[in-house]
Design a protein around this ligand. Structure first.
Ligand code: PLP
Length: 423
């Protein structure tokens, strides 16, 4: 008879059976690691500015929420909340999200969608359904790190192009060269653009840049199939006029497969509810049916179905005019809070040594540096936490009170001086 033995390192006789590619994955997202360090120092009583995490905080440091959203979630019928959602999501949810995204644009009539676990799930579906294994997504050089994680996890890769010109505008020439290279090299392209309010730079394309970009896609689409994804994560926090991206992609949708990653995380201040959707636009009903089937299959093959309770609540908030007005009004308060911080930053940074892209809205801004690690380390010594990137540090203004912005800017300048000295 076998005697029961507790597990211990002495009696373990085998290494983990992880496949080689998974055996040495970095376990900790660097952003969450730095956030944890900042919080630990603050807990010991130090005065810390923690500009690491991408969540909008009130001036008292608490997570900003929209009461109407919390109420709607709490009011969902418990049995409905507990039941499975349809695999692709509730039809009413999908239509509400399509209408929320495209408004009166004709694109709404040519769209299908599937519910996803946040915008992240939408990105996963896009990467796995519109690129072959081994192929690369095309993104500007400053992009949200998890794009690479998703690509790597699904045996895809990331290719970048230079994002800014010397004058500080969007580098359209570099974008076109990158797109052309991809079509020639891999026979298709999946472009992921996180505008308005790019994470990490804060940059939003202006009307001229959108117009030029659409022309480039139209031109290059003659060479091969292009999928163009707009990641809307922070779009609700853009400056007035930034919503005109919809008009600009109308032309593009005639020659490229247009996708939109919609997310409730920031727009409804419900990061943990994991409500999102991938929208796909096509003029032909037959192609829409194929898109819809492919996305439903992708849902079944990953998470089966998404959080039903939050999906029902967000649907109601989008469809009921009075509730929608209330959410919009509550969101306006948060937008004002964020815009005060954006203004405070632009004002404090004016006339300093800091170089950063045009910043009019969104949760983040990035400050260019010759050595991001040295700069971020110097700033940590001063009790100010930012995220080092390649060539810049990311500053989460969404988590910094306006009155702390001058201290933040001084720390950025000191950090930059240290980085320049080390270069
Ligand atoms: C650029 C960008 N895209 C997408 C997401 C996805 O967020 P979620 O999955 O919470 O919708 C985030 C979240 O931080 C983001 O920064």
């Amino acid at each position: 008879m076998r005697t029961a033995q507790s597990l211990s390192t002495e009696n373990m006789v085998f290494d983990t059976t992880l496949i080689p590619i998974a055996a040495d994955r970095p376990g900790d997202d660097p952003i969450f690691r730095l956030n944890a360090e900042a919080r630990a120092r603050a807990a010991k009583g130090e005065s810390i500015l923690n500009a690491t995490i991408g969540a909008l905080l009130e001036d008292d440091g608490k997570l900003a929420i929209l009461p109407s959203v919390s109420e709607a979630i709490a009011n969902v019928d418990p049995r409905r909340a507990a039941s499975y959602a349809p695999i692709s999501g509730e039809p009413a949810f999908l239509q509400a999200v399509i209408d929320d995204t495209f408004g009166r644009s004709e694109l709404a009539s040519f769209s299908v969608a599937a519910a996803t676990a946040g915008g992240t799930g939408a990105l996963l579906h896009a990467i796995t359904s519109f690129l072959e294994p081994g192929q690369s997504i095309l993104v500007p050089e400053y992009y949200w790190g998890p794009y690479k994680t998703i690509a790597s996890h699904t045996a895809r890769k990331v290719e970048t192009f230079s994002m800014f010109t010397e004058e500080g505008g969007f580098d359209l020439l570099s974008f076109e060269a990158g797109l052309k290279g991809q079509l020639e090299g891999q026979g298709r392209a999946l472009i992921i653009f996180n505008f308005p309010c790019n994470n990490p730079t804060g940059y939003s394309l202006d009307d001229d840049e959108w117009r030029e970009l659409s022309l480039i896609v139209e031109r290059q689409a003659e060479k091969g199939p292009i999928t163009f994804l707009v990641d809307l994560a922070y779009a609700r926090f853009g400056a007035a006029g930034s919503e005109r991206w919809v008009e600009h992609v109308e032309g593009l949708a005639r020659c490229a497969q247009l996708l939109v990653a919609w997310s409730g995380s920031k727009a409804f201040a419900q990061y943990g509810a994991r409500v999102g959707a991938l929208i796909a636009v096509h003029p032909a009903p037959k192609e829409r049916a194929r898109l819809s089937a492919a996305l439903g299959f992708a849902c079944r093959g990953t998470w089966s179905n998404c959080n039903h309770q939050a999906m029902v609540a967000i649907t109601e908030l989008l469809l009921d005019p009075a509730k929608r007005r209330r959410v919009t009004a509550e969101r306006e308060v948060l937008k004002r809070l964020l815009h005060e911080r954006v203004d405070a930053f632009n004002q404090a940074a004016r006339g300093t040594s800091l170089r950063y892209p045009r910043y009019e809205g969104g949760f983040f801004v990035s400050v260019f540096t010759p050595n991001a690690e040295v700069m971020a380390e110097k700033m940590r010594e001063l009790g100010v936490f930012v995220i080092p990137l390649q060539g810049a540090v990311r500053v989460a203004l969404c988590a910094i009170r306006s009155r702390d912005v001058p201290r933040l800017v001084v720390a950025l300048e000191d950090g930059l001086a240290a980085a320049e000295e080390s270069a």
